[in-house]
Design a binder for this molecule. Structure first.
Ligand SMILES: O=CCCCC(=O)O
Length: 453
């Protein structure tokens, strides 16, 4: 029997191994999802919301246990793992409180005696999820999707199979009926078969551009809806009047959170030349101060990357950029899966660390002559997840909103997700939205009802 093995990237120890699903076991899971479908759809939104509140309390109760599991499987520093679980509880609370309103019939006045939109569940939704926020990425999709009356099959990244199983158990412990939320341990072939299966109605993926294209193609072949949340290459634009004293910590966190392994991290710092030297001096000092170490220790901020090969890829992108003229001012040291916080300057648009997504603790710094050039450089990207701008000139910030072609634009803050706001990208960062009202309406049939009495 094929197995997925979870290995701690910090010390190389094997944590556990998990049997891969076979064709037979997947058929049983599909059958289980099919059997519960009607009952689940007929359960009121209020009752489904109550179950979600229970998930939230269990998350809070078990945050240390789940946090430890995340840290063991993918190397995230423990304090950040626990925050991840708290954020999951927040998203569950948000939907538990608001789902009834968000899914209520929407009356529209027309020539009919009565016309409205009703939001009906689609059925079984397949989710393909990544390892970087192993609980959050799943919960932010599953909380609204289940509460809308769908069932879920989760195919998680192989290195976080323990988290995948723990999330399945969490829903069962909260009282969800068997078959509502199931974890599958599978590879690409099984995903292909599941997308082709009539019972699976739609698919969502958070992951790489390559994986997104492959899932979108399969979903398209079978005329199934897909939502894709892919990579990002967010610009952090720093105008000459930015308040560094107030925002420098945020700028550092924007890049170094989760050891740099976040789609919405600030990857390219585009800095007006009038503030460049001051910014660099303070930014380097702050990044030097970040504490690297054992991810299980409370005061560690930079852990290890989730796998050694990811650290190698990052190093290659940096070294190729250095060979093209970029300057290494800090870090760029690797040891196994550890990559030291790194700052690279004199980065130009033709270099890998400008053009490609860098998934690790490296800040690419670009000096711009003025505000107009910062915007031109920021929008010179195939990706469109988000941009952030630091300035005290709020009128000017409003005036450039329409110049930013991304899914998010944050002024004087880092791009971050919030259950109350939509989250998603444009261009090579994918399509569709998670969270907020937009997220819960992704996997529903928006049915027009037209009644003449
Ligand atoms: O890779 C994407 C990370 C999203 C993290 C977040 O929602 O905060």
């Amino acid at each position: 029997m094929k197995k997925n093995t979870s290995t701690n990237p910090y010390n190389g120890e094997s944590i556990n191994s998990y049997n891969r699903d076979t064709q037979e076991s997947l058929d049983i899971k599909l059958q289980s999802s099919l059997s519960v479908e009607n009952q689940w759809q007929e359960t009121s939104i209020k009752s489904r919301s109550k179950l979600l509140s229970k998930v939230s309390s269990l998350l809070v109760e078990r945050k240390e246990v789940y946090g430890k599991l995340i840290t063991q499987e993918m190397g995230k520093p423990i304090a950040q793992s626990i925050s991840e679980i708290e954020k999951c509880a927040w998203a569950c609370d948000f939907y538990a409180t608001n789902a009834e309103d968000l899914l209520a019939d929407e009356l529209i006045e027309t020539d009919a005696s009565e016309s409205f939109i009703s939001y009906d569940p689609l059925g079984c939704i397949l989710a393909v999820m990544p390892w970087n926020y192993p609980f959050w990425q799943v919960i932010r999709f599953a909380a609204p999707t289940l509460t809308a009356g769908n069932t879920v099959l989760l195919k998680h990244a192989a290195n976080v199979s323990g988290c995948s199983k723990a999330i399945e158990q969490l829903f069962l412990d909260a009282g969800y009926p068997e078959g509502c939320f199931q974890s599958i341990i599978a590879g690409h072939e099984e995903i292909e078969r599941l997308i082709a299966n009539d019972h699976v109605k739609a698919v969502t993926l958070t992951g790489s551009e390559k994986a997104g294209k492959s899932i979108a193609k399969l979903a398209g072949e079978h005329l199934k809806k897909s939502v894709l949340e892919l990579g990002g290459n967010n610009a952090c634009i720093i105008w000459e009047d930015a308040d560094l004293e107030t925002h420098l910590d945020t700028m550092v966190m924007a890049r170094m959170q989760n050891t740099g392994q976040s789609c919405i991290a600030a990857k390219r710092f585009i800095v007006c030349e009038d503030i460049y030297d001051t910014f660099m001096e303070q930014f380097i000092a702050k990044v030097k101060d970040l504490k690297s170490g054992d991810p299980m220790k409370d005061d560690t901020y930079i852990g290890v990357m989730a796998r050694e090969d990811l650290a190698e890829t990052l190093q290659q992108q940096i070294n190729d950029s250095i060979a093209m003229g970029a300057k290494n001012v800090l870090g760029n040291e690797r040891s196994g899966a550890y990559f030291s916080p790194t700052i690279i300057t004199e980065v130009t648009p033709d270099m890998p660390i400008f053009k490609e997504e860098t998934f690790g603790p490296v800040a690419a710094i670009i000096k711009a002559k003025d505000r107009a050039e910062t915007l031109a450089l920021a929008t010179d990207s195939r990706f469109g997840l988000g941009s952030m701008l630091f300035t005290q000139d709020i009128d000017a910030a409003y005036s450039v909103i329409s110049n930013i072609p991304d899914g998010a634009f944050f002024v004087n803050d880092m791009v971050k997700s919030d259950p109350r706001l939509p989250f998603g990208g444009t261009k090579a960062s994918g399509y569709g939205r998670e969270l907020s009202r937009e997220g819960i309406l992704e996997f529903v049939n928006k049915k027009t009802v037209y009644i003449n009495k």
